[in-house]
Design a binder for this molecule. Structure first.
Ligand SMILES: *[C@@H]1O[C@H](CO)[C@@H](O)[C@H](O)[C@H]1NC(C)=O
Ligand SMILES: *[C@@H]1O[C@H](CO)[C@@H](O)[C@H](O)[C@H]1NC(C)=O
Ligand SMILES: *[C@@H]1O[C@H](CO)[C@@H](O)[C@H](O)[C@H]1NC(C)=O
Ligand SMILES: *[C@@H]1O[C@H](CO)[C@@H](O)[C@H](O)[C@H]1NC(C)=O
Ligand SMILES: *[C@@H]1O[C@H](CO)[C@@H](O)[C@H](O)[C@H]1NC(C)=O
Ligand SMILES: *[C@@H]1O[C@H](CO)[C@@H](O)[C@H](O)[C@H]1NC(C)=O
Length: 342
């Protein structure tokens, strides 16, 4: 039994103030479908959708980036939620040397050029090796899966780098969260230069869970973020030419045990609540409801990130990556990509 599993099992049974989780509202179960499942003990960490509609998933349990290609015959409308037929195939895009896993991923600048966080983070113990982190460029503008990978920069000050978001495409700026230090770096992808640009109390980890700011997205000159240990979903106004804050952080919702997330067009967040084995919706007004999963279910066990479908237009398919429930009350299975029809 892993020590951390025990800690999370305790965390999972209660919310921050001791009220049962069931006090949050639960929507009627949506239609869902397993898109692709990896072997047991594969922790999928983050997802980005290519302009081709193919899914790129980072793996934390190995330093690998995989591409998941949906079977063209299985269009959304033809899907039968009860079928077990594979919906997709997966191919290894790239394996990064000298690290144990990959974390955040973001598409930047030219279409089909992605950046990923690489480093040594143990998913068994939730401990990070400070100084092991770097950011890599993955150029997909070649016939897939022959991506061209190159290291952009090491970030030796990084304690536990995690989520990334595009800050300013024309200037080539992205932001990367340091979950271990509770700060945000701004990185120039043209030069590799980077600076610490945000250091806020709402982003800090705590002494028993060393994961603070985790998932990030930028919308309308605000940085939205989950802060895992403090169970916050927050935003802070930022200058999109520098990444520095222009005002105080605002807490949108509390009792959100968030990992990565995505925003829909209305600005509502679909948050992967990894230790609680659910995907939750957090409205811009701060109302929280469970969209899919529960503590007794493998449906989205160990949900780590979400992303809306990009090609078919209506944006109603939400892809979720999972860890397979490692460290949660659910038994371990292979990490998977699940489609939720919102
Ligand atoms: C990260 O892990 C790799 C693979 O185990 C190891 O070779 C490397 O030395 C580690 N890096 C650091 C900074 O500990
Ligand atoms: C990006 O930087 C340019 C200046 O180079 C600025 O005009 C623009 O408003 C910035 N923000 C975004 C979101 O592109
Ligand atoms: C890059 O370096 C300069 C100092 O040479 C600094 O002023 C700037 O803020 C740095 N950061 C980024 C993200 O470009
Ligand atoms: C750290 O965060 C976790 C998750 O929110 C919480 O259960 C735990 O009580 C916190 N520990 C401390 C020492 O505040
Ligand atoms: C999980 O199952 C247990 C035992 O059947 C039950 O008491 C509990 O309410 C269930 N929890 C959820 C979140 O469904
Ligand atoms: C996955 O591996 C874990 C740990 O080795 C084991 O407990 C679990 O039963 C396995 N699950 C499946 C579905 O094989």
């Amino acid at each position: 039994m892993r020590a951390f599993s025990f800690i999370l099992a305790l965390l999972a049974s209660m919310s921050a103030n001791g009220t049962p989780l069931s006090s949050r509202t639960t929507s009627p179960p949506p239609t869902t479908q397993i898109v692709y499942q990896f072997p047991n003990e594969t922790w999928l960490e983050n997802i980005a959708i290519r302009q081709t509609g193919q899914l790129l998933v980072t793996v934390l349990s190995a330093p690998e980036l995989w591409q998941v290609t949906l079977d063209p015959k299985s269009s959304q409308h033809a899907l039968n939620a009860n079928t077990n037929k594979p919906l997709a195939s997966a191919t290894l895009v790239h394996r990064i040397p000298d690290v144990t896993g990959l974390l955040g991923i973001v598409e930047m600048q030219q279409s089909d050029v992605f950046y990923v966080v690489a480093g040594n983070f143990s998913y068994d113990t939730y401990t990070s090796t400070s100084g092991s982190y770097s950011i890599w460029k993955i150029d997909m503008r070649r016939p897939s899966p022959h991506a061209v990978a190159s290291k952009l920069t090491d970030i030796p000050e990084g304690v536990a780098l995690n989520g990334m978001a595009a800050l300013n495409m024309s200037q080539g700026l992205l932001v990367v969260a340091d979950a271990g230090a509770g700060v945000v770096y701004t990185v120039n992808v043209d030069t590799g230069n980077y600076s610490k640009t945000i250091d806020d109390p709402t982003m800090k980890p705590n002494s028993s869970l060393a994961i603070g700011i985790n998932g990030m997205k930028i919308r309308d000159e605000y940085l939205y973020y989950t802060s895992t240990a403090q169970k916050l979903f927050s935003r802070i106004p930022i200058d999109t030419t520098s990444g520095t804050p222009t005002g105080p952080a605002e807490i949108i919702a509390t009792n959100v045990f968030g990992d990565d997330f995505s925003l829909d067009q209305a600005g509502d967040a679909y948050v992967a609540e990894n230790p609680w084995d659910v995907v939750a919706k957090v409205t811009s007004g701060g109302e929280v409801s469970v969209v899919a999963g529960n503590l007794n279910s493998t449906l989205v066990a160990g949900a780590t990130s979400t992303a809306f479908e990009r090609t078919s237009g209506d944006g109603s398919v939400l892809y979720v990556t999972t860890s397979g429930g490692i460290g949660t009350p659910v038994r371990i299975e292979g990490g998977k990509v699940v489609a939720i029809y919102i």
